[in-house]
Structures are given as structure tokens and as C-alpha cells.
Design a protein around this ligand. Structure first.
Ligand SMILES: Nc1nc2c(c(=O)[nH]1)N[C@H]1C(S)=C(S)[C@@H](COP(=O)(O)OP(=O)(O)OC[C@H]3O[C@@H](n4cnc5c(=O)[nH]c(N)nc54)[C@H](O)[C@@H]3O)O[C@H]1N2
Ligand SMILES: Nc1nc2c(c(=O)[nH]1)N[C@H]1C(S)=C(S)[C@@H](COP(=O)(O)OP(=O)(O)OC[C@H]3O[C@@H](n4cnc5c(=O)[nH]c(N)nc54)[C@H](O)[C@@H]3O)O[C@H]1N2
Ligand SMILES: [Mo]
Length: 722
């Protein structure tokens, strides 16, 4: 091999090989964890993928998903042109059409529906991808519909609501400056690997760590105290922490006296939840509860790292997290360095320490003059605290037309399997006149759309994002869009024109919009364009500590609310103003009759590191790391059911069944079954009903229901499991 051939083989960039490194970003996962990407491009094609070494958040690392980015971009299932459905909904029979035809048809059908039924009968939905949401919300409101909704009807919002109810706004764990972290349901090794490097160093220098999780995760094994609780009992555990902290005088009396309301009622509720009582409910020892409560209260400062998902994925989820968040106030760890700090988001949900007009850009202020959003009546607390419609109520409103008919669903990235009772969700959507879906891939969900639009990946588009340390990136396309795909923002911009919405800024495209949003911090697109790899924001700084000293908390009382003013205004079960503990609706304790037949607690959704919801199954590299759907079962339960490790088993509930391989492991509790949720061949959400929801947030009770397991003969299974 000559020199050039060797260089070509090694993908060495340079004029002789014609390989160029283009700076990009991996947008497969969450805005908080997206790694800087070096895309090696030759003749307009990505030939190699590496992490960006100088990216201050990712330092050149990539996870298995990012490493497979080339397979993601060049997936054989990419949609290459707009498509018009010609067969039955779901059949996947489409004809290719031009962009002009597609956009004209969407515009004329949506405008006709608007004319006949009102703009609110059209829903605008975004799946997991978060980068284009501000534009979609603006677009929906321009159209005149309040029904902008997202996957956040099941993710993060309920956790935010629990904090709004308690102290007005989210307060994130300040990991860098803390001396004690309570990981209250979080598994960073699978979901936020970027955070772990810093934590490992801190553990070496004496960081205290408490982990609350039903499964033995990596960090659980390194914790000073690990509380392996029964799913959905977090509220009882948190009240018992409160019990110990108050009884032993470990709380911040000055803060509680000056800055809270309802302490006496809260104290009474905690007095009833002794560590011994909580031990019985949660399945952990009273001694461990005491040790953990003391450790958290005595360490100064200490923070609680919470999650967007598991605790609020229960029918009692908001109240459980409210009980947890009360501890932050009780111990005086609220809005201080090393505690839980309130940092307002700068861009795409992420705090960056600099001001923008992203919120104003969405036009959210227009909502007050619009008809009520989907879910508002059924979930009044949601409606008070959140700007979106609660999409879990979509099937009900489609079928009843109450309070008004729904006729069309316009989606950027729909995955119907993410919803509990998924089949029912998609059946309800099929009753609509129009479904439009923009996606990269012709997914099973896209097959139900009347018009499918090809969207492009982060390698092919521009998008803006920031990181908490004050770093911002307005990425450049590294390659031309695959096929005829377009960026979501370009789709919205062009469609806005055809619909005649009269929004000059959106029609002007993403650069103009970004320039407008960034105006308050003085950054310009021209400056950002000089730094495709990203840049430090001049003058970015984290907001001050104890901001409540000027103007109080953003609650109705202006103080931390152990007793919630807002919940006190709502009648009904589950809305108790003090976060008293209530069992999940389905549990061995609350539904013992059902538990006779379905004795095991079923938790659906603990993340796997190589999969991002429905998105990376198709990639050979990630799929090879975990091929078949599986669920974790304790050896004792497996033995009783006659199931061996690696063999096939059926998980059934009153709502459905799935067949998966048994992963028999002591890492889960006796009595629990845990399964990842987004296997295409074994849809976990078929096991739940669509109305198994938390009454405060409308969030599904994904993480605790009841099931039974049975062995399934292997014959034929391998063949039909693709
Ligand atoms: N690789 C990968 N990373 C992801 C995702 C992905 O799909 N794949 N999804 C992203 C998204 S959308 C989200 S919301 C986040 C979620 O991020 P995480 O919350 O870190 O992830 P999970 O695995 O959902 O849950 C964390 C832990 O909570 C535990 N848990 C389950 N039920 C309970 C409970 O009732 N109480 C307590 N205390 N703990 C419980 C689980 O056992 C699990 O170990 O991950 C993000 N990151
Ligand atoms: N049982 C159970 N169910 C759950 C959960 C659980 O823990 N348990 N978790 C819930 C949570 S927290 C979440 S966040 C949701 C996950 O929410 P989903 O929305 O299901 O997430 P994905 O499957 O990652 O993405 C949906 C679609 O968006 C497409 N997509 C990706 N990027 C883009 C883009 O830039 N533009 C466009 N137009 N499309 C794009 C993908 O190809 C995919 O088809 O699932 C929820 N469902
Ligand atoms: Mo999520």
C-alpha cells in the first residue's frame, strides 16, 4: 500500500485525501448530553465519526449511539422524498410526491379544517427531538391553535410541576460544588454518561452519595447508602427523611420560619411517617433511612439529583416528588451553591447563564386569548402550570369531541408506542381527517400518516444549543440533506408561507429567528458562524444565589409551600395540599385482589445505554449490543415461575402481553420485573391502559403496575423475532 492509500484507509484528513473535518453535534439524545461531533467528510459523504476534543462538555467522548451516527444518517430506512398515502392507514403504501405538492396539500387541508371547525381542531405535536420546539409552538399559535403538545406530556413536565408547586421553579443539582449527592432515581451510566467523569473524581475526594432506586445500578454500587425501594413509594421515603430531619432538629429553622408556609401541617404528616412505617412500605431498612436522612441533612451543602422520568411515571408521581423537593427547602439547600439552584433556561431547555428571547419567540403569551387546550379540564393543575396541551388526553377528546372536535394531527416525529395503551392511541388518531408526520425514518407510526415529510438529521441542518457553563453552538450542516429531506424549521417556515400565517420572522428562516432570540445577550449569527464548533458566551455567568431574597419565590404565597395553595383549590383524590403518601393505583398494597393473579410489580422504561427510545434499533452497531427484547427478573421469582436465564417468557397484565427473554439477575428486587419500553417487537406500552394516569400531571404510571410471568417454549420464537 502506498502512502496515500494508507492515509485513505486511516481516514486521515488533508488535501491529498480530500477528507475534511466538519464540526457538528450529535442530536440523538437529550440537549443536556449531546456530544460535539467531528464528522470526516469526503465528496459530500461522512466517512468517519469522532468526538470533538475541544468541546468543553464532552471532551472528545462519544457513546455507542453517537459512534453509530453514520449508520443513523445513512439508514436504509431514511425517507427520501415527501410521500402521499395510497393504501390503508398503517399499511405503508405511499407514492412519492414533490415538496410543492406536499406542502400545498397540507396547507389546503389544514386551512379547510380551520375554516370549518376552528384552528383549535388542529394539533401540533413534537416527539422527543427538542431543538425545533420553540418554532413549532410559534407556528401552532400563528395558526391559531392552542394545541401545541409534545412528548413532554410524559417527560420532565411533571417533575417541573412538582417544583413549581413547592418553590415556584425548577432548581437543579449543583453537582460541581456539592459535598453530598442524593441520586433520587437517576442512572447516569445509561442516560447521562457525560456527568460521570466529574462525579468519579469527586468520589475520590470524599463526596457522600446516596442512591434511591429499585435496581442496583452502577452508581448504587458506589453509594454510601443505597435505598433499594419498591417502585412508586418515593413519597413515603421522602416523608420519613423529613421525619428524621425534623425529629433530630437537623432542619434549617431560619429558612423554614422566614421562607415557607404550611410547615406545621407538613410536620404532622412526617410525624406519622416514621422510618419504621416507611421501611414497611418501601421495602428498605429503617436504619438505612435514618442514616441517609442524617447524611443528607448534615452535609453542607447537599443536593438532590432528580430525573425527568421515573418518579413522576407513577399515578402518585407529582406528590411523591413534591415530598422529595420539600427536603431541599427543609434543609436550607435551596438556591445555594452546591445545593439545588434555580437557573433559568437560555436555549432549548438548557441554562447557559445568558438571557435570550426564546420564550417570547414561542408567542406563549397569546395562549390566554385562545380556547382551552386539550387536557385542560381533566388536568386542571397541568393547565395552570404548563403552556402545552396534555397529549395523554388526545384519544378521549378525539372520541368524545368534548369540549370541541379534533380533526388533524401535525407531527414532527411521532412514535405512537411511547403512549400507554399505544394501540388505542393510534386507533384514535386514525379517526382524524388528517395526519401529517415529519421524520427521518419511515417508522411504523409514520405509516399511519396521510402525508409524510422527510426531515434531516443534525449532521444536515443548523441548530442552536447551549451548555450550562456558558458555551453556545449554532451548528452548520456538515453534509447536504440526505435525499430531499429538509430541516424541521425549514419545513415550518415554508409551510407557514403556504398557510398564509403572515409571520415574517419564521418565513425568513432559522438564522433570522436565532438572531432575534439572541438579541438580549448581544450574540450575533455572524459571530456564531465564525465558530462552527461552538464558542464561549461573553459575560455568561450563573445567576446569583438565594434570588428569593429579592422578591420571594414564584408561588402564590411567594414562599416555599409545604402546603400548596394551588392544590388546595382543586377538589378530588390525589390533590392533597400537603404531599401525603398514597399508593400507586396498581400495587400489591392498593389492589390486592388483582395482585393475587398478577403478583409482580412491573416497571416499564429503565433506559438501556445503546438505545434512545425508538431511535437506534435500526443501527447495526447499537442493535448488536442488545439484540432481543428482555426484562430483568430476580432469581427467586424466575425459579418460582420455572423460567431460566436467557429463555423466553411472557409478561402479562390485564391489558396485554409481550414475549421477551428473561434476564435473571439479583440486580432487581424480589417481586419486581423491569423492562425497557421501546422494543419494536415487544411493545411495553401494550401492557398498560391509556387512562392509567397521575391526576395532577396526566403522566402515565409507566413505572408501576402489576404483572405475571410465564415460560414460553422456544420453538419458532427465534424465527419470528426479527
Ligand atoms: N441511553 C439512553 N439515555 C437516555 C434515554 C434513552 O432512551 N436512552 N432517554 C432520555 C430521557 S427521555 C429521559 S426522561 C432520561 C431518563 O433518565 P434516568 O431517569 O436516568 O433514566 P431511567 O433509566 O428512566 O431511570 C433512572 C432510574 O430510576 C429507577 N426507577 C424506576 N422506578 C423508580 C421509582 O419508582 N423510584 C425511584 N426512586 N427510582 C426508580 C430505574 O431503576 C433507573 O435505574 O434519560 C434520557 N437519556
Ligand atoms: N413505558 C414507557 N414509555 C415511555 C417512557 C418510559 O419510561 N416507559 N418514557 C417516556 C419518555 S420520558 C419519553 S421522553 C418518550 C420518548 O418519546 P418519543 O417521542 O417516542 O422518542 P423517540 O422514539 O426518540 O422519537 C420519536 C420520533 O422522532 C423522530 N425524530 C428524531 N429526531 C427528529 C428530528 O429532528 N425531527 C423529526 N421530525 N423527527 C425526529 C424519531 O425518528 C422517532 O421516530 O417516551 C415515553 N414513553
Ligand atoms: Mo424523557
Amino acid at each position: 500500500m502506498n502512502d496515500l492509500e494508507l492515509k485513505m484507509k486511516g481516514k486521515v484528513p488533508g488535501p491529498d485525501t480530500g477528507i475534511e473535518i466538519r464540526k457538528s453535534v450529535c442530536a440523538i439524545c437529550d440537549p443536556g448530553t449531546q456530544c460535539g461531533l467531528d464528522l470526516y467528510v469526503k465528496d459530500g459523504k461522512i466517512v468517519k465519526v469522532a468526538g470533538t476534543k475541544e468541546a468543553p462538555h464532552s471532551h472528545g467522548t462519544l457513546c455507542s449511539k453517537g459512534a453509530a451516527m453514520r449508520q443513523y444518517v445513512y439508514s436504509p430506512d431514511r425517507i427520501m422524498t415527501p410521500l402521499r398515502r395510497v393504501g390503508e392507514r398503517g399499511s405503508g403504501e405511499f407514492e412519492p410526491i414533490s415538496w410543492d405538492e406536499a406542502l400545498d396539500e397540507i396547507a389546503s387541508r389544514l386551512n379547510a379544517i380551520k375554516e370549518e371547525f376552528g384552528p383549535e381542531s388542529v394539533m401540533f405535536f413534537s416527539g422527543y427531538a427538542k431543538w425545533a420546539r420553540a418554532y413549532l409552538m410559534r407556528f401552532a399559535l400563528d395558526f391559531g391553535s392552542p394545541n401545541y403538545m409534545t412528548e413532554s406530556s410524559t417527560c420532565a413536565t411533571a417533575m417541573v410541576m412538582a417544583q413549581q408547586l413547592t418553590y415556584g421553579a425548577p432548581a437543579a443539582a449543583d453537582l460541581k460544588n456539592t459535598s453530598c449527592i442524593v441520586y433520587w432515581s437517576h442512572n447516569p451510566s445509561a442516560t447521562k454518561g457525560l456527568n460521570l467523569a466529574g462525579i468519579n473524581k469527586k468520589i475520590e475526594s470524599g463526596l457522600k452519595m446516596i442512591v434511591v432506586d429499585p435496581r442496583v445500578t452502577d452508581i448504587a454500587q458506589r453509594a454510601d447508602v443505597f435505598l433499594q425501594i419498591r417502585p412508586g413509594t418515593d413519597g413515603a421515603l421522602a416523608l420519613a427523611f423529613g421525619n428524621v430531619i425534623i425529629e433530630e432538629g437537623l432542619y434549617d429553622k431560619g429558612f423554614v420560619e422566614n421562607w415557607s408556609v404550611g410547615f406545621e401541617e407538613y410536620r404532622q404528616v412526617t410525624a406519622d411517617m416514621t422510618p419504621e412505617k416507611a421501611a414497611g412500605i418501601c421495602g428498605v431498612s429503617a436504619a438505612d433511612i435514618r442514616a441517609a436522612a442524617r447524611m443528607y441533612a448534615e452535609a453542607k451543602p447537599a443536593c438532590i439529583h432528580f430525573s425527568a422520568a421515573p418518579v413522576v411515571h407513577h399515578t402518585n408521581g407529582v406528590q411523591n416528588y413534591r415530598a422529595v423537593f420539600c427536603l431541599i427547602a427543609l434543609t436550607g439547600n435551596l438556591d445555594i451553591a452546591g445545593g439545588n439552584r434555580m437557573n433559568p433556561p437560555s436555549l432549548v431547555h438548557m441554562p447557559g447563564g445568558f438571557p435570550t428571547r426564546e420564550r417570547e419567540f414561542t408567542g406563549a403569551q397569546r395562549l390566554s386569548d385562545m380556547p382551552e387546550r386539550v387536557g385542560s379540564k381533566r388536568f386542571p393543575v397541568w393547565a395552570r402550570l404548563c403552556n402545552e396541551a396534555q397529549a395523554c388526553d388526545v384519544p378521549r377528546q378525539i372520541r368524545t369531541g368534548d369540549p370541541y372536535p379534533l380533526k388533524a394531527f401535525f407531527a414532527l416525529g411521532l412514535n405512537y408506542r411511547m403512549w400507554p395503551g399505544s394501540q388505542d392511541f393510534i386507533d384514535a388518531l386514525c379517526e382524524l381527517d388528517v395526519i401529517v408526520d415529519a421524520d427521518l425514518i419511515l417508522t411504523d407510526s409514520a405509516k399511519y400518516a396521510d402525508i409524510v415529510l422527510p426531515a434531516c438529521s443534525s449532521a444536515e441542518r443548523r441548530e442552536i444549543r447551549c451548555w450550562p457553563m456558558g458555551y453556545v453552538q449554532f451548528s452548520q450542516p456538515a453534509i447536504e440533506p440526505v435525499g430531499e429531506s429538509k430541516s424541521d424549521v425549514q419545513i415550518l417556515s415554508e409551510l407557514s408561507k403556504r398557510l398564509g400565517l403572515g409571520d415574517d420572522l419564521l418565513e425568513a428562516g432559522i438564522e433570522a429567528c436565532v438572531e432575534w432570540m439572541l438579541e438580549p445577550c448581544g450574540l450575533t449569527v455572524e459571530e456564531l458562524n465564525k465558530h462552527p464548533e461552538g464558542m464561549w458566551v461573553p459575560d455568561a455567568k450563573p445567576p446569583a444565589e438565594r434570588k428569593y431574597l429579592n422578591g420571594g419565590f414564584r408561588t402564590p404565597s411567594g414562599k416555599v409551600e409545604f402546603v400548596s395553595t394551588l392544590l388546595a383549590e382543586v377538589e378530588g383524590e390525589g390533590f392533597e395540599p400537603v404531599p401525603s403518601y398514597r399508593e400507586p393505583v396498581l400495587s400489591p398494597a392498593s389492589s390486592p385482589d388483582l395482585a393475587d393473579e398478577y403478583p409482580l410489580v412491573l416497571g416499564l422504561g429503565a433506559r438501556l445505554p445503546m438505545y434512545q427510545h425508538s431511535r437506534t434499533f435500526r443501527l447495526p452497531w447499537t442493535r448488536s449490543l442488545s439484540y432481543d427484547p428482555h426484562a430483568d427478573v430476580n432469581p427467586e421469582d424466575a425459579r418460582q415461575a420455572g423460567i431460566e436465564d436467557g429463555s423466553w417468557m411472557r409478561i402479562s397484565t390485564p391489558h396485554g402481553e409481550v414475549t421477551v427473554r428473561a434476564h435473571v439477575t439479583r440486580l432487581v428486587r424480589v417481586g419486581d420485573v423491569h423492562m425497557y419500553h421501546d422494543w419494536p417487537q415487544a411493545n411495553a406500552n401494550d401492557l398498560l391502559s391509556g387512562d392509567y394516569l397521575d391526576p395532577i400531571s396526566g403522566f402515565p404510571g409507566y413505572r408501576s403496575s402489576l404483572c405475571k410471568i410465564e415460560p414460553v417454549p422456544a420453538e419458532g420464537k427465534e424465527a419470528d423475532n426479527d
